[in-house]
Design a protein. Structure first.
Length: 576
Protein backbone atom coordinates (compact mmCIF):
# COMPACT_ATOMS: atom_id res chain seq x y z
CA UNK A 1 0.00 0.00 0.00
CA UNK A 2 1.04 3.59 -0.63
CA UNK A 3 0.77 6.30 2.03
CA UNK A 4 0.25 9.85 0.70
CA UNK A 5 1.55 12.76 2.77
CA UNK A 6 0.98 16.49 2.30
CA UNK A 7 2.67 19.48 3.93
CA UNK A 8 0.32 22.23 5.11
CA UNK A 9 0.58 25.43 7.16
CA UNK A 10 -0.55 24.26 10.56
CA UNK A 11 -1.82 27.48 12.18
CA UNK A 12 -5.28 27.55 10.64
CA UNK A 13 -5.63 23.78 10.66
CA UNK A 14 -4.78 23.48 14.35
CA UNK A 15 -7.21 26.32 15.09
CA UNK A 16 -9.96 24.40 13.30
CA UNK A 17 -9.18 21.22 15.23
CA UNK A 18 -9.11 22.84 18.66
CA UNK A 19 -12.41 24.61 18.08
CA UNK A 20 -14.27 21.79 16.38
CA UNK A 21 -16.94 21.92 19.07
CA UNK A 22 -17.90 25.52 18.21
CA UNK A 23 -20.54 26.60 15.80
CA UNK A 24 -20.37 25.79 12.09
CA UNK A 25 -20.33 29.47 11.11
CA UNK A 26 -17.06 30.02 12.96
CA UNK A 27 -15.46 27.08 11.12
CA UNK A 28 -16.59 28.53 7.80
CA UNK A 29 -15.04 31.89 8.71
CA UNK A 30 -11.84 30.16 9.75
CA UNK A 31 -11.70 28.28 6.44
CA UNK A 32 -12.24 31.54 4.53
CA UNK A 33 -9.41 33.13 6.52
CA UNK A 34 -7.12 30.20 5.76
CA UNK A 35 -7.84 30.45 2.03
CA UNK A 36 -7.31 34.21 2.14
CA UNK A 37 -3.90 33.78 3.74
CA UNK A 38 -2.98 31.15 1.18
CA UNK A 39 -4.10 33.35 -1.72
CA UNK A 40 -2.17 36.33 -0.30
CA UNK A 41 1.01 34.25 0.09
CA UNK A 42 0.75 32.90 -3.46
CA UNK A 43 0.07 36.35 -4.88
CA UNK A 44 3.05 37.79 -3.02
CA UNK A 45 5.29 35.09 -4.43
CA UNK A 46 4.03 35.92 -7.92
CA UNK A 47 4.79 39.63 -7.41
CA UNK A 48 8.30 38.82 -6.17
CA UNK A 49 9.01 36.74 -9.27
CA UNK A 50 7.39 39.03 -11.88
CA UNK A 51 9.97 41.32 -13.49
CA UNK A 52 7.47 44.19 -14.09
CA UNK A 53 6.14 44.18 -10.54
CA UNK A 54 7.04 46.99 -8.13
CA UNK A 55 7.92 44.28 -5.56
CA UNK A 56 10.17 42.35 -7.98
CA UNK A 57 12.90 40.54 -6.03
CA UNK A 58 13.97 37.43 -7.90
CA UNK A 59 16.43 36.20 -5.19
CA UNK A 60 13.61 36.14 -2.61
CA UNK A 61 11.28 34.29 -5.02
CA UNK A 62 14.05 31.79 -5.75
CA UNK A 63 14.65 31.38 -2.01
CA UNK A 64 10.99 30.45 -1.45
CA UNK A 65 11.05 27.63 -4.00
CA UNK A 66 14.50 26.56 -2.86
CA UNK A 67 13.28 26.19 0.74
CA UNK A 68 10.33 24.15 -0.50
CA UNK A 69 12.59 21.78 -2.41
CA UNK A 70 14.92 21.48 0.57
CA UNK A 71 12.07 20.58 2.93
CA UNK A 72 10.66 18.05 0.48
CA UNK A 73 14.08 16.44 -0.09
CA UNK A 74 14.71 16.25 3.66
CA UNK A 75 11.34 14.52 4.06
CA UNK A 76 12.33 12.00 1.38
CA UNK A 77 15.66 11.32 3.10
CA UNK A 78 13.94 10.71 6.45
CA UNK A 79 11.45 8.28 4.93
CA UNK A 80 14.13 6.33 3.09
CA UNK A 81 17.05 6.40 5.53
CA UNK A 82 15.47 6.51 9.00
CA UNK A 83 12.28 4.55 8.38
CA UNK A 84 13.55 2.40 5.48
CA UNK A 85 10.64 2.92 3.07
CA UNK A 86 10.56 3.66 -0.66
CA UNK A 87 9.44 7.09 -1.92
CA UNK A 88 7.83 6.46 -5.31
CA UNK A 89 6.59 9.96 -6.16
CA UNK A 90 6.87 13.55 -4.98
CA UNK A 91 5.17 16.67 -6.25
CA UNK A 92 5.41 20.28 -4.96
CA UNK A 93 4.24 19.73 -1.37
CA UNK A 94 3.57 16.00 -1.04
CA UNK A 95 5.23 12.60 -1.26
CA UNK A 96 3.97 9.05 -1.76
CA UNK A 97 5.62 6.20 0.15
CA UNK A 98 5.42 2.50 -0.70
CA UNK A 99 5.04 0.49 2.51
CA UNK A 100 5.44 -2.86 0.67
CA UNK A 101 2.31 -4.15 2.46
CA UNK A 102 -0.43 -5.64 0.26
CA UNK A 103 -2.83 -7.32 2.70
CA UNK A 104 -5.82 -5.14 3.63
CA UNK A 105 -5.85 -6.81 7.08
CA UNK A 106 -2.52 -5.11 7.75
CA UNK A 107 -4.03 -1.63 7.38
CA UNK A 108 -3.14 -0.75 11.01
CA UNK A 109 0.53 -1.49 10.21
CA UNK A 110 0.33 0.86 7.23
CA UNK A 111 -1.08 3.63 9.40
CA UNK A 112 1.58 2.94 12.02
CA UNK A 113 4.34 3.38 9.44
CA UNK A 114 2.69 6.57 8.22
CA UNK A 115 2.48 7.98 11.73
CA UNK A 116 6.15 7.13 12.27
CA UNK A 117 7.20 9.10 9.17
CA UNK A 118 4.91 11.95 10.17
CA UNK A 119 6.40 12.08 13.68
CA UNK A 120 9.99 12.08 12.42
CA UNK A 121 9.35 14.94 9.97
CA UNK A 122 7.18 17.11 12.21
CA UNK A 123 9.88 17.00 14.88
CA UNK A 124 12.04 19.23 12.66
CA UNK A 125 9.57 22.09 12.08
CA UNK A 126 7.42 24.37 14.21
CA UNK A 127 5.25 26.11 11.58
CA UNK A 128 4.96 23.25 9.11
CA UNK A 129 3.23 19.93 9.55
CA UNK A 130 3.18 16.70 7.56
CA UNK A 131 -0.28 15.15 7.38
CA UNK A 132 -1.46 11.80 5.99
CA UNK A 133 -3.75 12.67 3.10
CA UNK A 134 -4.71 9.11 2.23
CA UNK A 135 -3.75 5.49 1.64
CA UNK A 136 -3.68 3.93 -1.82
CA UNK A 137 -4.18 0.21 -2.45
CA UNK A 138 -2.84 0.41 -6.01
CA UNK A 139 -1.77 3.22 -8.29
CA UNK A 140 -1.34 3.95 -12.00
CA UNK A 141 1.23 6.73 -12.42
CA UNK A 142 1.27 7.88 -16.04
CA UNK A 143 3.17 11.17 -15.86
CA UNK A 144 3.83 14.02 -13.50
CA UNK A 145 0.54 15.14 -11.92
CA UNK A 146 -1.33 12.47 -13.90
CA UNK A 147 -2.31 9.39 -11.95
CA UNK A 148 -5.19 7.17 -10.88
CA UNK A 149 -5.28 5.40 -7.52
CA UNK A 150 -7.50 3.04 -5.55
CA UNK A 151 -7.99 4.58 -2.12
CA UNK A 152 -8.45 2.63 1.13
CA UNK A 153 -10.45 3.95 4.06
CA UNK A 154 -11.45 2.30 7.31
CA UNK A 155 -15.07 2.88 8.35
CA UNK A 156 -16.34 3.44 11.90
CA UNK A 157 -17.14 -0.26 12.24
CA UNK A 158 -13.67 -1.29 11.11
CA UNK A 159 -14.83 -2.22 7.62
CA UNK A 160 -12.55 -1.35 4.72
CA UNK A 161 -13.97 0.87 1.96
CA UNK A 162 -12.42 1.44 -1.45
CA UNK A 163 -12.66 4.48 -3.69
CA UNK A 164 -10.87 6.19 -6.57
CA UNK A 165 -8.73 9.28 -6.83
CA UNK A 166 -8.08 10.69 -10.28
CA UNK A 167 -5.76 13.57 -11.05
CA UNK A 168 -4.85 15.13 -14.39
CA UNK A 169 -6.45 12.35 -16.46
CA UNK A 170 -8.83 12.79 -19.39
CA UNK A 171 -11.66 11.55 -17.17
CA UNK A 172 -11.74 14.77 -15.14
CA UNK A 173 -11.77 17.13 -18.12
CA UNK A 174 -14.94 18.59 -19.64
CA UNK A 175 -13.97 18.29 -23.30
CA UNK A 176 -14.64 14.54 -23.45
CA UNK A 177 -18.06 13.00 -24.02
CA UNK A 178 -19.86 11.18 -21.21
CA UNK A 179 -19.27 7.76 -22.75
CA UNK A 180 -15.55 8.46 -23.04
CA UNK A 181 -15.42 9.20 -19.30
CA UNK A 182 -17.48 6.09 -18.48
CA UNK A 183 -15.17 3.90 -20.55
CA UNK A 184 -12.11 5.53 -18.97
CA UNK A 185 -13.47 4.83 -15.48
CA UNK A 186 -14.10 1.18 -16.37
CA UNK A 187 -10.59 0.77 -17.77
CA UNK A 188 -9.11 2.47 -14.70
CA UNK A 189 -11.06 0.17 -12.37
CA UNK A 190 -9.80 -2.86 -14.24
CA UNK A 191 -6.18 -1.71 -14.13
CA UNK A 192 -6.37 -0.96 -10.40
CA UNK A 193 -8.36 -4.10 -9.56
CA UNK A 194 -5.25 -6.12 -8.73
CA UNK A 195 -6.29 -9.04 -10.96
CA UNK A 196 -3.97 -10.96 -13.23
CA UNK A 197 -2.76 -9.04 -16.26
CA UNK A 198 -4.36 -11.50 -18.71
CA UNK A 199 -7.77 -11.11 -17.05
CA UNK A 200 -7.53 -7.30 -17.09
CA UNK A 201 -6.59 -7.24 -20.77
CA UNK A 202 -9.40 -9.63 -21.67
CA UNK A 203 -11.98 -7.58 -19.76
CA UNK A 204 -10.89 -4.33 -21.41
CA UNK A 205 -10.91 -5.88 -24.88
CA UNK A 206 -14.38 -7.36 -24.34
CA UNK A 207 -15.72 -4.03 -23.08
CA UNK A 208 -14.39 -2.17 -26.13
CA UNK A 209 -15.85 -4.74 -28.55
CA UNK A 210 -19.27 -4.59 -26.88
CA UNK A 211 -19.20 -0.79 -26.82
CA UNK A 212 -18.33 -0.49 -30.51
CA UNK A 213 -21.11 -2.94 -31.42
CA UNK A 214 -23.61 -1.05 -29.28
CA UNK A 215 -22.67 2.33 -30.78
CA UNK A 216 -22.82 1.14 -34.38
CA UNK A 217 -26.23 -0.48 -33.73
CA UNK A 218 -27.58 2.84 -32.44
CA UNK A 219 -28.32 1.48 -28.95
CA UNK A 220 -26.28 4.05 -27.04
CA UNK A 221 -28.35 6.85 -25.43
CA UNK A 222 -27.93 10.24 -27.07
CA UNK A 223 -26.72 11.93 -23.86
CA UNK A 224 -23.67 9.66 -23.83
CA UNK A 225 -22.39 11.46 -26.95
CA UNK A 226 -22.67 14.92 -25.39
CA UNK A 227 -19.49 17.01 -25.05
CA UNK A 228 -19.50 20.18 -22.94
CA UNK A 229 -17.09 23.07 -23.29
CA UNK A 230 -17.10 26.56 -21.76
CA UNK A 231 -17.00 29.91 -23.53
CA UNK A 232 -14.09 32.06 -22.40
CA UNK A 233 -15.49 35.05 -24.36
CA UNK A 234 -18.37 35.97 -26.61
CA UNK A 235 -18.77 33.62 -29.62
CA UNK A 236 -18.28 36.47 -32.11
CA UNK A 237 -14.91 37.35 -30.56
CA UNK A 238 -13.26 34.02 -31.39
CA UNK A 239 -10.80 34.51 -34.30
CA UNK A 240 -10.77 30.73 -34.93
CA UNK A 241 -14.44 30.14 -34.15
CA UNK A 242 -15.03 28.19 -37.35
CA UNK A 243 -12.74 25.40 -36.13
CA UNK A 244 -14.26 25.14 -32.62
CA UNK A 245 -17.49 23.08 -32.35
CA UNK A 246 -18.87 24.70 -29.19
CA UNK A 247 -18.45 28.18 -30.72
CA UNK A 248 -20.36 27.11 -33.84
CA UNK A 249 -23.20 25.73 -31.71
CA UNK A 250 -23.25 28.91 -29.61
CA UNK A 251 -23.55 31.09 -32.75
CA UNK A 252 -26.51 29.00 -33.93
CA UNK A 253 -28.10 29.50 -30.50
CA UNK A 254 -27.66 33.26 -30.87
CA UNK A 255 -29.35 33.18 -34.27
CA UNK A 256 -32.29 31.38 -32.67
CA UNK A 257 -32.52 34.16 -30.04
CA UNK A 258 -31.32 31.97 -27.22
CA UNK A 259 -29.22 33.62 -24.46
CA UNK A 260 -25.49 32.89 -24.62
CA UNK A 261 -23.05 34.57 -22.23
CA UNK A 262 -19.35 34.40 -21.49
CA UNK A 263 -18.67 31.53 -19.10
CA UNK A 264 -21.60 29.38 -20.29
CA UNK A 265 -20.92 25.71 -20.94
CA UNK A 266 -22.20 24.71 -24.36
CA UNK A 267 -23.24 21.06 -24.98
CA UNK A 268 -22.82 19.66 -28.46
CA UNK A 269 -22.75 16.40 -30.43
CA UNK A 270 -20.79 15.71 -33.62
CA UNK A 271 -23.19 14.41 -36.27
CA UNK A 272 -22.84 12.63 -39.59
CA UNK A 273 -22.83 14.91 -42.61
CA UNK A 274 -25.62 14.63 -45.17
CA UNK A 275 -23.25 13.33 -47.88
CA UNK A 276 -21.88 10.64 -45.60
CA UNK A 277 -25.39 9.60 -44.56
CA UNK A 278 -26.40 9.24 -48.21
CA UNK A 279 -23.27 7.37 -49.30
CA UNK A 280 -22.93 5.39 -46.03
CA UNK A 281 -19.30 6.33 -45.43
CA UNK A 282 -17.17 8.46 -43.14
CA UNK A 283 -17.49 12.19 -43.84
CA UNK A 284 -14.52 13.81 -45.54
CA UNK A 285 -15.74 17.12 -46.91
CA UNK A 286 -16.91 18.85 -43.71
CA UNK A 287 -14.98 19.33 -40.50
CA UNK A 288 -16.19 18.21 -37.08
CA UNK A 289 -16.91 21.83 -36.09
CA UNK A 290 -19.29 22.24 -39.01
CA UNK A 291 -21.12 19.07 -38.01
CA UNK A 292 -21.56 20.03 -34.35
CA UNK A 293 -25.20 20.28 -33.21
CA UNK A 294 -26.95 21.03 -29.94
CA UNK A 295 -28.51 17.88 -28.38
CA UNK A 296 -31.96 19.48 -28.46
CA UNK A 297 -31.64 20.07 -32.21
CA UNK A 298 -30.83 16.39 -32.74
CA UNK A 299 -33.89 15.36 -30.72
CA UNK A 300 -36.14 17.68 -32.76
CA UNK A 301 -34.83 16.22 -36.05
CA UNK A 302 -36.66 12.89 -35.41
CA UNK A 303 -33.72 10.78 -36.57
CA UNK A 304 -32.53 12.97 -39.43
CA UNK A 305 -29.43 13.91 -37.46
CA UNK A 306 -27.35 11.09 -36.00
CA UNK A 307 -24.11 11.01 -33.99
CA UNK A 308 -21.00 10.25 -36.02
CA UNK A 309 -20.11 6.92 -34.40
CA UNK A 310 -16.82 6.47 -36.26
CA UNK A 311 -15.66 9.94 -35.19
CA UNK A 312 -16.48 9.20 -31.56
CA UNK A 313 -14.67 5.86 -31.62
CA UNK A 314 -11.62 7.45 -33.24
CA UNK A 315 -11.46 10.76 -31.40
CA UNK A 316 -13.23 10.21 -28.07
CA UNK A 317 -12.88 6.55 -27.09
CA UNK A 318 -9.54 5.35 -28.45
CA UNK A 319 -7.13 8.18 -27.42
CA UNK A 320 -7.88 8.28 -23.65
CA UNK A 321 -8.04 4.49 -23.39
CA UNK A 322 -4.74 4.16 -25.26
CA UNK A 323 -3.08 6.62 -22.86
CA UNK A 324 -4.36 4.69 -19.83
CA UNK A 325 -3.23 1.33 -21.22
CA UNK A 326 0.15 2.51 -22.54
CA UNK A 327 2.17 1.10 -19.57
CA UNK A 328 0.52 -2.34 -19.91
CA UNK A 329 2.35 -4.85 -22.07
CA UNK A 330 0.19 -6.26 -24.83
CA UNK A 331 -2.17 -3.24 -24.94
CA UNK A 332 -0.87 -1.30 -27.93
CA UNK A 333 -2.94 1.34 -29.71
CA UNK A 334 -3.11 -0.88 -32.76
CA UNK A 335 -4.72 -3.73 -30.78
CA UNK A 336 -7.22 -1.39 -29.11
CA UNK A 337 -8.19 0.09 -32.49
CA UNK A 338 -8.80 -3.42 -33.82
CA UNK A 339 -11.11 -4.21 -30.89
CA UNK A 340 -13.10 -1.06 -31.67
CA UNK A 341 -13.48 -2.14 -35.29
CA UNK A 342 -11.22 0.62 -36.64
CA UNK A 343 -8.51 0.35 -39.28
CA UNK A 344 -5.63 -1.00 -37.17
CA UNK A 345 -3.05 -0.28 -39.89
CA UNK A 346 -3.37 3.45 -39.16
CA UNK A 347 -2.13 2.90 -35.61
CA UNK A 348 0.87 0.62 -36.15
CA UNK A 349 3.31 3.39 -35.30
CA UNK A 350 4.30 5.48 -32.34
CA UNK A 351 2.40 8.77 -32.26
CA UNK A 352 5.41 10.69 -30.94
CA UNK A 353 8.64 10.42 -32.86
CA UNK A 354 11.74 9.03 -31.18
CA UNK A 355 13.48 12.34 -31.65
CA UNK A 356 11.14 14.15 -29.27
CA UNK A 357 11.54 13.89 -25.50
CA UNK A 358 8.71 14.97 -23.24
CA UNK A 359 9.77 17.24 -20.39
CA UNK A 360 8.07 14.91 -17.92
CA UNK A 361 10.27 12.06 -19.10
CA UNK A 362 13.40 13.92 -18.00
CA UNK A 363 12.55 12.87 -14.46
CA UNK A 364 14.62 9.74 -13.72
CA UNK A 365 15.78 9.86 -17.35
CA UNK A 366 18.13 7.04 -18.33
CA UNK A 367 20.59 7.72 -21.19
CA UNK A 368 20.31 5.40 -24.17
CA UNK A 369 23.91 4.26 -23.70
CA UNK A 370 22.98 2.86 -20.26
CA UNK A 371 20.11 0.74 -21.56
CA UNK A 372 20.37 -2.88 -22.60
CA UNK A 373 20.37 -3.66 -26.32
CA UNK A 374 16.91 -5.23 -26.04
CA UNK A 375 15.38 -2.04 -24.66
CA UNK A 376 17.47 0.45 -26.62
CA UNK A 377 16.85 -1.12 -30.04
CA UNK A 378 13.30 -2.46 -29.51
CA UNK A 379 11.80 -0.13 -32.17
CA UNK A 380 14.61 -0.55 -34.70
CA UNK A 381 13.98 -2.33 -37.99
CA UNK A 382 15.93 -5.53 -37.44
CA UNK A 383 18.64 -6.97 -39.72
CA UNK A 384 17.58 -10.27 -41.35
CA UNK A 385 19.63 -12.83 -43.26
CA UNK A 386 18.53 -15.63 -45.59
CA UNK A 387 20.15 -19.01 -44.93
CA UNK A 388 21.22 -21.01 -47.98
CA UNK A 389 21.24 -24.22 -45.93
CA UNK A 390 17.57 -24.30 -44.83
CA UNK A 391 16.03 -21.52 -46.94
CA UNK A 392 14.68 -19.71 -43.86
CA UNK A 393 15.10 -15.97 -43.33
CA UNK A 394 16.00 -15.23 -39.70
CA UNK A 395 16.99 -12.21 -37.64
CA UNK A 396 20.76 -11.90 -37.37
CA UNK A 397 21.62 -12.57 -33.70
CA UNK A 398 24.92 -10.70 -33.45
CA UNK A 399 28.24 -12.08 -32.26
CA UNK A 400 26.74 -14.79 -30.00
CA UNK A 401 23.48 -16.65 -29.80
CA UNK A 402 22.04 -19.72 -28.09
CA UNK A 403 20.87 -22.78 -30.01
CA UNK A 404 18.46 -25.19 -28.29
CA UNK A 405 18.52 -28.84 -29.35
CA UNK A 406 14.95 -29.79 -30.32
CA UNK A 407 15.44 -33.38 -29.14
CA UNK A 408 17.50 -33.10 -25.95
CA UNK A 409 16.62 -29.54 -24.98
CA UNK A 410 20.26 -28.69 -24.30
CA UNK A 411 21.42 -25.14 -24.99
CA UNK A 412 24.73 -24.37 -26.66
CA UNK A 413 26.40 -20.99 -27.25
CA UNK A 414 27.55 -20.65 -30.85
CA UNK A 415 28.90 -17.96 -33.15
CA UNK A 416 26.53 -15.55 -34.88
CA UNK A 417 27.88 -16.85 -38.20
CA UNK A 418 25.74 -19.95 -37.64
CA UNK A 419 22.09 -20.08 -38.75
CA UNK A 420 19.66 -19.56 -35.88
CA UNK A 421 17.23 -22.21 -37.17
CA UNK A 422 17.71 -25.29 -34.90
CA UNK A 423 16.54 -27.61 -37.72
CA UNK A 424 19.02 -26.29 -40.28
CA UNK A 425 21.21 -29.05 -41.77
CA UNK A 426 24.03 -26.69 -42.79
CA UNK A 427 24.03 -23.93 -40.15
CA UNK A 428 27.72 -23.00 -40.45
CA UNK A 429 28.30 -19.74 -42.37
CA UNK A 430 24.53 -19.53 -43.02
CA UNK A 431 24.73 -22.30 -45.62
CA UNK A 432 27.72 -20.90 -47.54
CA UNK A 433 30.61 -23.10 -48.53
CA UNK A 434 33.32 -20.83 -47.10
CA UNK A 435 33.58 -18.00 -44.59
CA UNK A 436 34.67 -15.63 -47.38
CA UNK A 437 31.37 -16.06 -49.23
CA UNK A 438 29.49 -15.49 -45.96
CA UNK A 439 31.50 -12.32 -45.25
CA UNK A 440 30.88 -10.88 -48.74
CA UNK A 441 27.13 -11.49 -48.55
CA UNK A 442 26.69 -10.06 -45.04
CA UNK A 443 28.81 -7.04 -45.99
CA UNK A 444 26.60 -6.32 -49.02
CA UNK A 445 23.43 -6.71 -46.94
CA UNK A 446 24.78 -4.22 -44.39
CA UNK A 447 25.33 -1.66 -47.15
CA UNK A 448 21.82 -2.23 -48.56
CA UNK A 449 20.25 -1.99 -45.09
CA UNK A 450 22.11 1.26 -44.35
CA UNK A 451 21.08 2.77 -47.69
CA UNK A 452 17.44 1.93 -46.97
CA UNK A 453 17.69 3.70 -43.58
CA UNK A 454 19.06 6.83 -45.23
CA UNK A 455 16.43 6.68 -47.98
CA UNK A 456 13.67 6.65 -45.36
CA UNK A 457 15.20 9.66 -43.62
CA UNK A 458 15.68 11.73 -46.77
CA UNK A 459 12.12 11.01 -47.93
CA UNK A 460 11.20 13.66 -45.28
CA UNK A 461 7.79 12.18 -44.57
CA UNK A 462 5.84 13.80 -41.74
CA UNK A 463 2.82 12.44 -39.89
CA UNK A 464 0.08 14.00 -37.74
CA UNK A 465 0.36 13.00 -34.08
CA UNK A 466 -3.44 12.84 -33.67
CA UNK A 467 -4.44 9.13 -33.67
CA UNK A 468 -7.69 9.87 -35.45
CA UNK A 469 -5.96 11.73 -38.27
CA UNK A 470 -2.50 10.18 -38.88
CA UNK A 471 -2.11 12.18 -42.09
CA UNK A 472 1.17 11.39 -43.89
CA UNK A 473 2.63 13.88 -46.35
CA UNK A 474 5.81 15.61 -47.48
CA UNK A 475 4.20 19.04 -47.58
CA UNK A 476 4.80 21.66 -44.90
CA UNK A 477 2.34 24.26 -43.63
CA UNK A 478 3.23 27.93 -43.98
CA UNK A 479 2.16 28.51 -40.35
CA UNK A 480 4.46 25.95 -38.76
CA UNK A 481 4.04 22.31 -37.92
CA UNK A 482 0.24 22.25 -37.76
CA UNK A 483 -1.72 19.51 -39.48
CA UNK A 484 -2.77 20.22 -43.05
CA UNK A 485 -6.11 18.45 -42.68
CA UNK A 486 -8.97 20.85 -42.08
CA UNK A 487 -10.37 20.76 -38.55
CA UNK A 488 -7.47 18.74 -37.11
CA UNK A 489 -5.52 20.28 -34.21
CA UNK A 490 -2.63 17.83 -34.43
CA UNK A 491 1.05 18.55 -34.94
CA UNK A 492 3.11 17.21 -37.84
CA UNK A 493 6.18 15.20 -36.73
CA UNK A 494 8.93 13.46 -38.67
CA UNK A 495 8.25 9.79 -39.28
CA UNK A 496 11.96 9.03 -39.36
CA UNK A 497 13.96 11.57 -37.34
CA UNK A 498 17.69 12.16 -36.93
CA UNK A 499 17.62 10.28 -33.65
CA UNK A 500 16.01 7.30 -35.39
CA UNK A 501 18.78 7.26 -38.00
CA UNK A 502 21.47 7.27 -35.33
CA UNK A 503 19.74 4.54 -33.32
CA UNK A 504 19.49 2.32 -36.41
CA UNK A 505 23.16 2.81 -37.30
CA UNK A 506 24.20 2.20 -33.69
CA UNK A 507 22.18 -1.03 -33.70
CA UNK A 508 24.03 -2.24 -36.78
CA UNK A 509 27.42 -1.34 -35.27
CA UNK A 510 26.54 -3.17 -32.02
CA UNK A 511 25.66 -6.36 -33.87
CA UNK A 512 29.28 -6.88 -34.95
CA UNK A 513 31.12 -5.31 -31.99
CA UNK A 514 32.81 -8.21 -30.18
CA UNK A 515 33.65 -6.26 -27.00
CA UNK A 516 30.15 -4.84 -26.72
CA UNK A 517 28.58 -8.26 -27.37
CA UNK A 518 30.70 -9.85 -24.62
CA UNK A 519 29.63 -7.18 -22.11
CA UNK A 520 25.94 -7.60 -22.95
CA UNK A 521 26.29 -11.39 -22.84
CA UNK A 522 27.81 -11.33 -19.36
CA UNK A 523 25.11 -8.93 -18.11
CA UNK A 524 22.43 -11.30 -19.39
CA UNK A 525 24.06 -14.23 -17.61
CA UNK A 526 24.77 -12.03 -14.54
CA UNK A 527 28.27 -13.47 -14.24
CA UNK A 528 31.54 -13.62 -16.12
CA UNK A 529 31.32 -16.38 -18.71
CA UNK A 530 34.49 -17.35 -20.55
CA UNK A 531 33.26 -20.83 -21.44
CA UNK A 532 32.79 -19.83 -25.07
CA UNK A 533 35.23 -17.93 -27.25
CA UNK A 534 35.12 -17.21 -30.96
CA UNK A 535 37.44 -19.15 -33.19
CA UNK A 536 40.11 -17.05 -34.87
CA UNK A 537 38.47 -17.04 -38.31
CA UNK A 538 35.08 -15.99 -36.92
CA UNK A 539 36.70 -13.24 -34.85
CA UNK A 540 38.47 -11.88 -37.94
CA UNK A 541 35.21 -11.85 -39.94
CA UNK A 542 33.33 -10.00 -37.19
CA UNK A 543 36.09 -7.38 -36.93
CA UNK A 544 35.93 -6.73 -40.68
CA UNK A 545 32.12 -6.58 -40.64
CA UNK A 546 32.34 -4.17 -37.73
CA UNK A 547 34.47 -1.86 -39.87
CA UNK A 548 31.78 -1.95 -42.58
CA UNK A 549 29.07 -1.05 -40.05
CA UNK A 550 31.24 1.70 -38.54
CA UNK A 551 31.46 3.56 -41.86
CA UNK A 552 27.80 4.46 -41.70
CA UNK A 553 27.98 5.42 -38.01
CA UNK A 554 31.08 7.60 -38.43
CA UNK A 555 29.46 9.49 -41.31
CA UNK A 556 26.52 10.41 -39.07
CA UNK A 557 26.87 13.70 -37.21
CA UNK A 558 23.99 13.31 -34.73
CA UNK A 559 26.05 12.37 -31.66
CA UNK A 560 29.02 14.73 -31.95
CA UNK A 561 29.91 18.34 -32.67
CA UNK A 562 32.82 19.24 -34.92
CA UNK A 563 35.76 21.02 -33.17
CA UNK A 564 35.66 23.60 -35.97
CA UNK A 565 32.27 24.74 -34.65
CA UNK A 566 33.68 25.56 -31.20
CA UNK A 567 36.79 27.18 -32.67
CA UNK A 568 34.71 29.41 -34.90
CA UNK A 569 32.24 30.32 -32.16
CA UNK A 570 34.88 31.26 -29.58
CA UNK A 571 36.96 33.15 -32.14
CA UNK A 572 33.93 35.33 -32.99
CA UNK A 573 33.28 35.90 -29.29
CA UNK A 574 36.91 36.89 -28.75
CA UNK A 575 36.77 39.46 -31.57
CA UNK A 576 33.65 41.01 -30.12
Amino acid sequence: MCVVFGKILCGAVFGARKRAHRCCSFLIQLDIRQKALKLTANSMYGCLGFSNSRFFAQPIAALITSMGREILQRTVDIAQQKVGLDVIYGDTDSIMINTRINDENDLPKVKELGERVKKEVNRLYRTLELEIDGIFRSMLLLKKKKYAAKTVEEGPNGEVKYGQELKGLDLVRRDWCIQSKDTGRYVTEQILSGQESDIVIENIHSHLEELATKMRAGNLPLEKYTITKGLSKHPNEYPDGKSQPHVQVAMVMLKNNRPVNTGDHIPYIITVSEEAEAEDKKPKSSSSAERARHPEEILRSNGALKPDVEWYLTQQILPPVARLCEPIEGMSQQVLAEKLGLDASRYNHAVRTSGDIDADELIDYTPASSLSDTERFKEVEKFYLHCYGCGVESQFPGVYHVVTNSQTGNQNTVSGLHCTNPDCLRPMFWGHATQFECFARISNNISIWTQDVMRRYYSSTIRCDEPGCSLETRQLSVVGGVCLRRGCNGKMCSVFSERSVYTHLKYMESLFNIDHASTQWNKKKKKQDDSYALVKNDETIFKELHKVAMRGLESNGFNWISPAFWNGMFSIAAKQ
